[in-house]
Ligand binder design. Structure first.
Ligand SMILES: [Fe+2]
Ligand SMILES: [Fe+2]
Length: 497
């Protein structure tokens, strides 16, 4: 209240005096005017209205204004220099929760707390000093029943008929719902675990939340906003990822779950997942970007650890069969190398290639069900022995079928001895009934087997192996797989190591 004493705007420079004057609990020094109005309160009771209405010439105007004021949802009121109500419409009473009789002569300090009374005073003072109307003041008011509401007020000087200021007039609106909504969104923004931001087209942050600052290693959003002047140069750890991101933004206007590496303030590189979109005005002009980032460094690390663990498990499985069958040691790894090269040549996705590689490295796992004497037998196998060897596709499937790989590894293993014309085993599948990965596995298996040494024969050589698949392309082996394989060996110098 100290300031108010210094900057009093009205003729009554002591607000305490104003309060005293308006306090309903004290003997009021309110003028006779108030007593008159008490008898006949509200718009119609106002002296201005009564004066106008009494003059036939102005009656129509007075009634029209009265009608407008009584039917608008916004509150309209006039106060004297001390902030005491001297005129108001019904909405003011509705907003503040007082009857017209109670409102007349009431001072703003009676429906605000100490801090807000100060705000109201400052608002009036500003208008008084500048003489300019002002709007957008937010005040917290306390209604008669004690509930608190937010109002937005605009204020201008109230002048008498000679143009001399005599108080203020205001339009007020209850903005409680909007305030609560803003508060809710503000809390979400401030407490979100993900970084939320808006940035300019030039690459500066406009706003950012605390998490955004924390993820990027800054003390506060202000520190981040002032510290980053060029997002693409300062944040991206890999410029190619920045270019890729910008290209996607330009093409689609938004980017979802884009994983990039950012450099924190302390230089540490982290993985983040970015979601961003452009915000345009009604004419379609780009105003700014807004987005969310999530720190996925830990997720990436654990995914990497899982991938390593899976790789280790698969290698351990592969070694199980190879220790029982030293002649085929290295066979599965060589098949995996060739299968991966063929799949790459055929433009399969990185994910499918990874699944094929895993299946290839354990494709003969079912041979652990075949007696070692048969596996390592020198010379030709009898029909019965060959029949036993054939079981390895089924038992490989049985071993793998319950492992929840992200790819159909068990099926690839099951089908790696199927042939295009249905002469393979164990299910005599044909053409497209066989998984593409299994068709690639079949060609890789045949080429690797023929090109390497076996207990019952010496290596037949790569050329013989390639002749075999070329001769039987379309009948036993998938044509496009054979073509990719031949291309690798004959045009690209691929070698089985
Ligand atoms: Fe096999
Ligand atoms: Fe094999």
């Amino acid at each position: 209240m100290k300031n108010e004493n210094k900057a009093a705007y009205g003729k009554n420079k002591n607000p305490k005096a104003a309060n005293k004057k308006a306090s309903p609990t004290k003997k009021s020094s309110l003028s006779k005017k108030k007593k008159d109005i008490k008898k006949n309160p509200g718009l119609k009771g106002s002296s201005s209205f009564r004066k106008l209405a009494a003059t036939p010439r102005y009656r129509k105007h007075a009634e029209r204004y009265q009608n407008i004021l009584e039917n608008i949802r916004d509150g309209y009121f006039e106060v004297d220099y001390d902030g005491n109500f001297i005129f108001f419409n019904d909405s003011v009473g509705r907003i503040l929760g007082y009857s017209s009789e109670e409102l007349m002569g009431m001072n703003y300090r009676q429906y605000t707390d100490k801090d807000n009374a100060k705000k109201v005073f400052q608002s009036y003072n500003k208008v008084y000093k500048t003489g300019e109307p002002a709007e957008g003041f937010d005040w917290l008011i306390i209604r008669k029943d004690g509930t608190k509401r937010y109002i937005e007020a605009s204020i201008s000087l109230l002048k008498d008929s000679s143009g001399k200021p005599k108080g203020f007039r205001s339009i007020i609106r209850d903005i409680t719902e909007r305030k609560l909504m803003e508060e809710k969104y503000r809390r979400i923004f401030e407490n979100a675990q993900n970084g939320i931001y808006q940035s300019t087209l030039e690459g500066r942050f406009i706003i950012a939340n605390q998490s955004m600052a924390r993820i990027l290693g800054y003390d506060s959003p202000e520190d981040l906003i002032s510290g980053i002047t060029d997002i693409s140069c300062q944040l991206y750890a890999h410029p190619d990822e920045c270019i890729q991101f910008i290209e996607m933004m330009e093409k689609q206007g938004q980017v979802k779950d884009f994983e990039v590496r950012f450099r924190r303030k302390d230089g540490r590189v982290i993985w983040v997942s970015r979601n961003m979109q452009v915000v345009r005005d009604e004419k379609g002009q780009v105003l700014y970007y807004e987005g969310i980032i999530e720190d996925i460094t830990d997720k990436k690390d654990s995914l990497e650890r899982l991938r390593n663990a899976l790789g280790g498990t698969v290698r351990a499985l592969a070694s199980v069969v190879e220790t029982r069958d030293p002649y085929t040691a290295g066979h599965q790894r060589h098949v995996a190398d060739l299968a991966r090269a063929i799949a790459t040549e055929m433009n399969l996705s990185a994910d499918r290639i990874e699944g094929l590689r895993v299946a290839a490295i354990i494709h003969d796992i079912g041979k652990i069900s075949v007696p070692a004497e048969i596996l390592t037998k020198p010379g030709k196998l009898t029909e019965l022995e060959f029949g036993i060897i054939k079981i390895h596709t089924q038992s490989g499937y049985n071993i793998l079928k319950d492992i929840d790989f992200p790819w159909p590894v068990a099926m690839m293993v099951y089908e790696h001895h199927e042939r295009m014309n249905g002469t393979g085993y164990p299910r005599n599948l044909k053409g497209d009934e066989i998984l593409l990965e299994a068709r690639i596995l079949a060609v890789s298996d045949v080429v690797e087997s023929m090109a390497s040494h076996r207990p019952y024969r010496a290596s037949l050589g790569v050329e013989t192996a390639l002749d075999e698949i070329e001769k039987n392309r379309g009948s036993l082996y998938d044509e496009s797989v054979v073509e990719a394989c031949l291309n690798l060996f004959r045009e690209k110098g691929f070698k089985l190591i």
